[in-house]
Design a protein around this ligand. Structure first.
Ligand SMILES: *[C@@H]1O[C@H](CO)[C@@H](O)[C@H](O)[C@H]1NC(C)=O
Ligand SMILES: *[C@@H]1O[C@H](CO)[C@@H](O)[C@H](O)[C@H]1NC(C)=O
Ligand SMILES: *[C@@H]1O[C@H](CO)[C@@H](O)[C@H](O)[C@H]1NC(C)=O
Ligand SMILES: *[C@@H]1O[C@H](CO)[C@@H](O)[C@H](O)[C@H]1NC(C)=O
Length: 206
């Protein structure tokens, strides 16, 4: 084959498309062309860059897993800065069910207690770990992961940083069982029957 045929536009097209796709799938938050993004043209002061929503977040009487987010929605100054936080509180035996963040990796650090964490890669291999206070764990972008406080006596607290101002959240139980997917589809997918699917749907899916 002549060298020149490699440079013909028709042959280059797939390559260009491939590059375009790989660039898209690796994309992070878009770069901004200003120092920061303000919600309107009015001038802002330091309070715009301050978020106090995590003060007194710890509630020792809390019985359920709770998350307090500081993402673009709660803290508009993060728009365009590609960072955000979430603070996770796990009462004894609480679980953060399997979920993904489609737009960012998550870097979790345990501030109090112990935490079992894990994620599953695209070949269905589970990577799990038991973290002590001070330990860090990274959940790669887009992969299904969970956290569990196996200790039935002590609360755990963790802080998670995200490489996106709006990492997004897709809960596996919620997206599968609360969105109206045909129960026959779910029954066949989980190799069970419709009554079992309905039992899960009627439970308090989180
Ligand atoms: C414009 O932004 C400032 C700072 O966030 C805010 O205080 C003000 O209410 C906004 N005004 C309008 C019209 O949205
Ligand atoms: C805790 O979770 C239970 C079961 O999911 C629910 O019924 C209850 O309302 C929750 N309590 C709070 C304070 O959110
Ligand atoms: C990982 O999970 C398995 C159960 O799937 C459990 O037996 C094991 O103790 C866990 N490992 C760690 C380090 O938590
Ligand atoms: C947790 O509390 C139970 C009952 O109070 C006790 O039997 C158990 O030893 C405690 N476990 C730990 C790890 O402290």
């Amino acid at each position: 084959m002549a060298i020149s045929s490699f440079t013909s536009p028709m042959l280059l097209l797939p390559l260009v498309l491939l590059l375009a796709i790989s660039t898209t799938t690796q994309a992070n938050d878009p770069d901004i062309l200003t120092d920061f993004v303000t919600p309107n043209s009015s001038s802002v002061d330091a309070s715009f860059f301050t978020y106090s929503g995590l003060r007194n977040f710890y509630n020792p009487d809390q019985k359920n897993f709770t998350v307090v987010k500081a993402s673009m929605k709660e803290f508009p100054a993060l728009n365009g800065q590609s960072v955000s936080y979430a603070v996770l509180q796990f009462p004894p035996a609480a679980v953060n069910p399997p979920h993904t963040h489609p737009r960012a990796a998550e870097l979790l650090v345990v501030m109090m207690g112990t935490l079992e964490v894990g994620f599953v890669d695209t070949t269905n291999v589970l990577y799990n770990q038991t973290l002590q206070e001070g330990d860090m764990f990274v959940f790669p972008k887009g992969l299904v992961h969970f956290q569990y406080n196996r200790n039935h006596n002590q609360s755990a607290i963790a802080v998670s940083a995200f490489g996106s101002a709006n990492a997004g959240l897709l809960s596996v139980p919620k997206s599968v069982f609360t969105t109206g997917i045909d129960e026959n589809v779910l029954a066949m997918s989980f190799k069970t029957d419709v009554p079992t699917v309905q039992k899960i749907e009627l439970g308090n899916v989180v």
